[in-house]
Write a protein that binds this ligand. Sequence first.
Ligand SMILES: [Zn+2]
Length: 293
Amino acid sequence: MLAIAGLVVVAALAYAFRPGASDQASSQVETSQSAIDRAAEKAAKNAVAGAKAADAVEQRLWSNGQFASKVPPSDGVNAGTSAGSAVALTFDDGPGKETWDVLALLKRYRMRATFFVTGQSVVKNPGALAAIAADGHVVGNHTWTHASLPSLKAPQLKAEIADTQALIEQETGHKLTTMRPPFGDFTAKTNAYVRARGMLPVLWTVDSNDWAHRDAQTIATNVLNSPQLKPGAIILLHDGPINRQVTVDALLMILDGLVARGLRSVTIPELLRVGPPSIARPGDYKLSDYATD
Ligand SMILES: [Zn+2]
């Protein structure tokens, strides 16, 4: 047995060291190395093409599209088209501690939403905007300090809107296309300022009143029993800056209710792409007590 093994070794050595064997072996190595290189190059090219395609899809997801550009410059929108089965869940005043639970629920139900964040909440919650964007949701501008816009002078408008816009664009890598005026306070002048900066003012048609209620059932009922809960609806909820656990609890019921009604939540830009939106004109929303003019 040992002798046979010895013979095999000798034969193998003789084969390896036969004349010309080393050239042949190295050329085989070269061939397989260049094949690996070619495969790696191809994979790299495919990866670049794949990344470009993913980027194009993502840019499209954040772009309001043709119908939004037809909204007059002094106006905004309060709902999408009634065609189709899409509604838009929106979360204001965050990000906050509960944003992570909101993201987990939206993922479980495969729904998308828009988060209208304030600059002050963004700086207190590092990583939140990246997580929101990574899950396919859209981020919108809700000013830096949650200011009522109509009373503001130009430098304050810049600090509230333009500075928040710059922060969000830096954190997400996307151009902002949506803005929600705090308290629903807007005028033709503030809308024109927002529109000139490439954003569309977005109001709502279904108010959950989650900030005023301590129980999840009431908040869910406010949404699910609203006569405005139909295709195109824009639904107002909050995920910051204070504890919003009650909103998270309500969201579970709201998502179940949407599924039961055959509705699905999409981002505001996606909603606007379904068809012409319903327009919100100055005066449509009652100015809050916080506004001074
Ligand atoms: Zn708000």
